[in-house]
Design a protein around this ligand. Sequence first.
Ligand SMILES: Nc1nc2c(ncn2[C@@H]2O[C@H](COP(=O)(O)OP(=O)(O)OP(=O)(O)O)[C@@H](O)[C@H]2O)c(=O)[nH]1
Length: 298
Amino acid sequence: MERALILVVDDDPLNLVVLSQTLQPQYRVMTARNGEEALTLSAQHPVDLILLDIKMPGLDGYEVLKHLKNQSDTQSIPVIFISANDSHADEAKGLEMGAMDYITKPFSPPIVQVRVKNQLTIKQKNDLLEKLVSIDGLTEINNRRFFDENIAKEWRRTARSNEEMVMLIIDIDHFKLFNDNYGHRAGDECLKLVATTIKSLCQRGSDFVARYGGEEFAAVFSPCALEDAIKQAERLQKAIYDLMIPHQFSPTSDYVTISIGVASSRSEGVVDENSLIEVADKHLYMAKEAGRNQVKAG
Ligand SMILES: Nc1nc2c(ncn2[C@@H]2O[C@H](COP(=O)(O)OP(=O)(O)OP(=O)(O)O)[C@@H](O)[C@H]2O)c(=O)[nH]1
């Protein structure tokens, strides 16, 4: 595993050197001489922990912490305050604002090392927990919770940059008949295979896929033009057919097939992420009505 990345922020160059030397054997260390630089670096790099001096010219440690907590990308980075100030009121203020720990100067290197290690252990556990609650237990792709949290974020991001965003709702055809005839266990295996195939074909940049419901999946592409998403949906449809999972009870085909509804942020009637989902769902319904094993978009 890669060594954790620690950002040390202090306006005193000597402190930066001593803290870097204290941490460097075990961790990767970046340094910042002021609050502004700290915010820039933490926005640009996947920082695991910040050691933050309180009294600095310009933005002080409290203000830096406030900015970090206001940004979704940085709000979960643990912060340990380092300060010459050993007033209990200041310590309480820092912890109240969301700092994880507080070390007073002059610091002892072994204590800094232990406190850093403790916070990194907690962060690793939190990261794992965060990952686990976003993953579907059966298919091991993102779950509905992940989808709900990210569709709104993605909508805001593409709206800000005036880009086009597309959503696919993908549904396995006649899956009840599959379960009823081959058994629930075989149904589970089929779901896993379909999920893995969909995921492997949707790996570009900020694209994401999720299990949306029982035998329904969602894929979100952004930025993406509707015509390109339709081509991708057709590729998906073919890829699932090409798996040649026997489904002799399906009135549609001898193999498992999918129907896909596609909608874009520029489709008629789409004003937010909820209407995007509704329009994609409407197109899925049309694909089912038109005979299944096809893509409908608009
Ligand atoms: N094996 C298995 N089956 C599931 C799971 N989740 C949902 N299902 C099944 O998926 C089936 C969905 O059936 P329907 O909603 O009637 O749809 P369908 O039979 O696929 O028909 P169309 O969508 O109209 O083509 C039901 O039989 C559910 O029990 C799961 O985790 N495992």
